[in-house]
Ligand binder design. Structure first.
Ligand code: SF4
Length: 49
């Protein structure tokens, strides 16, 4: 299932797509992990370098 929307605020500061608590990814995928929904587009800034 796919649904369009936007991320208003994200507090995952170590994500490369996060700039001032705003998500700048063109789109995100949401997965289900360890009993809760989670952002599957997350990428650490360390891995991106
Ligand atoms: S990609 Fe996911 S974890 Fe990263 S800033 Fe956007 S919503 Fe947050």
């Amino acid at each position: 299932m796919s649904q369009d929307g936007s991320v208003a605020i994200c507090v995952v500061e170590k994500c490369v797509h996060n700039l001032d608590n705003q998500c700048h990814a063109a789109r995100i995928n949401v997965g289900y992990e360890q009993g809760h929904a989670d952002c599957a587009t997350f990428k650490t800034k360390e891995k991106a370098a």
